[in-house]
Design a protein around this ligand. Sequence first.
Ligand code: BDP
Length: 574
Amino acid sequence: MLYPQNNRFRQFIELSDFWDFRFDFDDKGLRDGWEKGFENGQPIAVPASWNEQFAENRDFLGPAWYQTHFSLPWGWDKHRVLIRFNSVNYLADVWLNGEKIGQHEGGHLPFKFDITSQIKNEGNHLVVRVDGNLTTDRVPPSDHNLLLANYPPTNFDFYPFCGIQRPVLLYSIPNEAIIDLTINTSIEGKTGIVNAKVERSDGNPVKAQFNLTRNGTNISTEIEMDNRLSEATLRVPNASFWAPGAPQLYDLKIELSRNGTTFDSYTLPVGIRTISVEGDKLLLNGKPIELLGFGRHEDFPVIGRGLMPAVIIKDYSLMQWIGANSFRTSHYPYSEQMMDLADQLGILIIDETPAVGLTFHKTVFDRHLELCKQYTKELIARDKNHPSVIMWSLANEPHQNINAKMFFEQLYDLAKKLDSTRPITFANMHIGEERSFKFCDIVCVNRYYGWYLERAKMDKACELLSKELDKLYKRYSKPIILSEFGAGTIPGWHANPPEMWSEEYQVEFLSEYIKVANSKPFVVGQHVWNLCDFKTSQHDRRMGGINYKGVFTRDRRPKMAAHHLRKLWSGKTD
Ligand code: BDP
């Protein structure tokens, strides 16, 4: 799914602004015709979660209604016009000028509607009903078995922020247009090979010009297309390959023309790189790579899970300062802006779907599988062209259950069919061995010995961790990533000898885990939980509704562990 862009043939504007907003406490909006417009609203910032914007109603998860008005930009009346929502949590119903234009279920992933036939030149009225409620038949689900018994009752450990959390874009494309591109790259010696598959809105005959450029290099080819789907391959001698530390990007520009007149064009950054699993190694461009980094959250005071460009910059800067080269989009897809920057900065990403808290109960199995398949398709469609994305994670911590195997077999097959070039994984919960590791190319384990188990006993914790890793490798012969390990730490709380919740304990905990990881050649990644403290539901284990496992605070100040990790990962102390 291509991101809208501005060029001679395409244009987009963001409808980011203060919109009009109303909570629908009695769920009467649909009955009372609010889709035609509602009264007594209050201003709200879009994009941003609604939860922390007001003095009241933080934990009300919906439904709530948004409305705004806009005019069509000059010159768009001759073109196709679409509206794209980059992320609405969780269920969105959309009306334009009183007419329903569609619905989308699931947050964190974009959806779009063609509104060419509904749009007016002036005075367009857009209404969105958002339901962020957690229920058992949604993914992520509400607390199914009271495992956490938290409030709001989630089956996962982060705050269920809701609303229009990423930009809403209005965009125009030509009537005959490039609809999608799929880029695959490979390497032969010093030559980079770029294969570009093009999907068009129709199959009319056209000429397609492909130009791949970077620093004065220009590789081009022209082909005739007479199908909706066509492809071209470009070979780049002495190519600059994409890798952390050298994130070399080419621009691939595709232009469509007929009878000498160009009528559409799209430009995409392309990184030439390969990723594969061989034996106990993860290989980037044919060479073993070790992932050092974090699990993270899109989370910041007031704005919640809303797009926050400055925080994205800050977090990348912190990761680079500390010597990290990677992170996992725990536990849902992050903004497209975050992915674009990872391509530019050379950061590796384990890209996770929003499938967290899965239980596989008979009553919800089919519904959850259907939603997870939808999310997997939407995620791969959105992120398949990012060189930074090196792995798909199909879920976080599914509950171990006999039915999980059937579930993951189907999801794995689907993901492989959609993208055979990237390894697939999911992150496994501490409480036991996963029956579905068979359906992973790399085994990801979240482990908390020394925190939730063997509390405060780091010696015993490391012994168990080490034994378990050996056992897992012996059984599955796949590389392993420690995809989470961490200790709750109150900033400024000290103890000697180290005690749980103290900064010293976090330092000890992370150091000991890293020692174990470094001692096992088959452990190819260490992702600390978490980059920063983050908001979660209220619970007796979560003081103030905050998970304190960050090595930075929620406002991005370093704890002792941040300095320590920097020393371990980058050798720097200044
Ligand atoms: C893991 C989860 C993560 C939690 C973490 C924790 O994957 O979402 O925040 O534990 O307990 O089980 O801090």
